[in-house]
Design a binder for this molecule. Structure first.
Ligand code: ATP
Ligand code: MG
Length: 180
């Protein structure tokens, strides 16, 4: 499983549809300050279901929608599509390529799609829950985040690792079963 491409449309500084294609292995995004590198990372977090405006470096959720520049009017919606190569079947779905889309309008309304079919955020989360791309987004390590992992209490650090490894879900299920 690897990220194949990312398309941004009206997301933050990406007013026109922009597609980035990735190959297996390491990809580096380089560019001057303020050119949109971190916005690319924000788009990945957002399309995977990030609900916190702060985690996306904004004040409110609407801040992900292109706000306009001197030469260009603001847009009414943001849309991001992330395409994941699933030819190894790591995601529990019968497709060798999985596209997840998230859209948001200025009204605050939003929607998700998996391979073009409308779905709930929960469906996206369930699809990804065994892949190590958990709800807490430990796959995205932001600036300064490394420090908080290093200084975390051992129990918390263990929880990070368990979520990244996809075992947290099983621990929760076990705890629930033992309570019965
Ligand atoms: P650095 O190297 O300093 O980390 P960067 O390449 O990571 O820079 P970003 O933080 O991704 O840069 O991009 C910041 C730019 O995105 C700013 O110019 C900001 O005005 C623009 N931007 C952020 N949100 C929006 C929005 N909603 N509409 C238009 N532009 C936006
Ligand atoms: Mg940056």
């Amino acid at each position: 499983m690897y990220l194949k491409s990312l398309t941004l449309k009206g997301f933050k500084s990406f007013a026109s549809a922009t597609t980035l294609r990735f190959e297996p292995g390491i990809t580096c995004v380089v560019g001057p300050n303020g050119s949109g590198k971190s916005n690319v990372v924000d788009a990945i977090a957002w399309v995977l279901g990030e609900q916190g405006a702060k985690a996306l470096r904004g004040g409110k959720m609407e801040d992900v929608i292109f706000a306009g520049t001197t030469g260009r009017a603001p847009l009414g919606r943001a849309e991001v599509t992330l395409t994941i190569d699933n030819s190894d079947g790591a995601l529990p779905i019968e497709y060798s390529e999985v596209s997840i889309t998230r859209r948001m309008f200025r009204s605050g309304e939003g929607e998700y799609e998996i391979n073009g079919d409308r779905c709930r955020l929960l469906d996206v989360q369930e699809l990804l829950s065994d892949s190590g791309i958990g709800r807490e987004m430990h796959v995205l390590v932001g600036q300064g985040k490394l420090d908080s992992y290093l200084h975390a209490r051992p129990e918390d650090r263990r929880a990070f690792i368990e979520e990244a490894a996809g075992v947290l879900k099983h621990r929760k299920r076990k705890e629930k079963a033992l309570r019965k």
